[in-house]
Design a protein around this ligand. Structure first.
Ligand code: PLP
Length: 379
């Protein structure tokens, strides 16, 4: 089955009871048993729920995985991966990381004795330099948020294989429409389903997808034992979102390309970060690894100040100033004061997140309206 067909049919079967084409929302915590242990595969909804199972199967299918696990948020999914580790273990992570992931690593798991190194992963030697016998996990986010750096997943996977490490990839920005990390050698794919997969800014959810049965069993044990699952209503919405992922992504990419070029040629705009530009420092990796370049773009204005950036984001009429990304509507964010405020200013600036940086999640509206909105806000 090819990708577009998978988004609609992958892992899906008509409901056993009445043949419903969409899985019913099984809004139940428990399931009747005929005799102790005599159930139909479902006994308690933290452990399993048929609506969540349908979603988990769809997630596994679109990422070319075998097992999917859905969680109450993206961070809950990352939390489950980190619980594979023990005190003293070391994680090597992408340097410019989603702020909430950085906070979870440094403010929660460092307190439990896990060590983190944040490394610019477009340099493979830098990764190898940090590996020691306590290293267990490589954590990759690509494209990175908000600087749109691209990390060579295949390259990192070969390092992981050489040193027998686990490789997890946060695939939130790209989605499996653009890149499939399991095919490139990663063992775990993670998603904030909240973003492109859900696609309609109406839910908060996370997911993990793996191929290996033993790893799936370990993560399922953590999902059930720690309990950060998502509910059946949200599972239904996410499944509905997946069915249009390919058509939405196609338009996000088309509009993203036009917005990126518009910004690059605008006299008031300074730097534009988008992996589709041939002069983007990791363009060749992006070209090899991704099927298109997505709808996430960051830029800074020539008036290089906090006030200047805030003036622009306040003037938008169609782009909504909001946290999050990946919905059908265009959003604008100011990383330094919003998504990345949990990273200290000095650390933030080291990775390029200046006070003047603005991040756009380009939606699927008419491109003329989006360009007009950018034009008037920058004027
Ligand atoms: C939003 C986001 C997360 C966290 O997901 P939540 O669903 O908000 O918990 C993790 N990684 C990336 C890249 C994100 O954009």
């Amino acid at each position: 089955m090819k990708f577009n067909t998978k988004t609609i049919h992958g892992g899906q079967h008509p409901d056993k009871a009445y043949g419903a084409v969409m899985p019913p929302i099984y809004q139940t915590s428990t399931y009747a048993q005929s005799t102790p242990g005599g159930h139909k595969g479902y006994e308690y909804s933290r452990s399993h729920n048929p609506t969540r199972s349908a979603l988990e199967n769809a997630l596994a299918s679109i990422e070319n995985g075998v097992y999917g696990l859905a969680f109450g948020s993206g961070l809950a999914a990352i939390d489950a991966v980190l619980k594979l580790l023990k005190p003293g273990d070391q994680v090597i992570s992408t340097a410019d990381l989603y702020g909430g992931t950085y906070r979870l690593f440094t403010k929660i798991f460092e307190g439990f004795g896990i060590k983190f190194c944040f490394v610019p992963m477009d340099n493979m030697d830098a990764i190898e330099n940090y590996i020691n016998d306590r290293t267990k996990l490589l954590w990759v986010e690509t494209p990175t948020n908000p600087m749109m750096n691209i990390i060579d997943i295949k390259g990192v996977a070969s390092i992981a294989t050489k040193h027998n490490l686990l490789l997890a990839v946060d695939n939130t920005f790209a989605t499996p429409y653009l890149q499939r990390p399991l095919d490139l050698g990663a063992q775990i794919v993670m998603h904030s389903v909240t973003k492109y997969i859900g696609g309609h800014s109406d839910l908060v959810m996370g997911a993990l997808i793996v191929k290996d049965k033993q790893l799936a069993d370990q993560l399922y044990f953590i999902q059930n034992a720690s309990g950060a699952i998502c509910g059946p209503q949200d599972s239904f919405l996410a499944l509905r979102g997946i069915k249009t992922l390919h058509v939405r992504m196609q338009r996000h990419c088309e509009n993203g390309k036009k917005v990126a070029h518009f910004l690059k040629s605008h006299p008031k705009v300074d730097d534009v970060y988008w992996p589709g530009f041939v002069d983007h420092p990791n363009h060749l990796i992006a070209k090899n690894q991704m099927d298109d370049y997505g709808g996430m773009i960051s830029f800074s204005t020539k008036e290089d100040s906090l006030e200047g950036a805030i003036k622009v984001v306040e003037k938008f009429k169609i782009f909504t100033l909001a946290e999050s990304l990946g919905g059908v509507e265009s959003l604008a964010g100011h990383p330094a004061s919003m998504t990345h405020a949990s990273i200290p200013k000095k650390e933030r600036e080291k990775i390029g997140v200046k006070d003047s940086l603005i991040r756009l999640s380009v939606g699927i509206e008419d491109i003329e309206d989006l360009l007009e909105d950018l034009q008037q806000a920058l004027a």
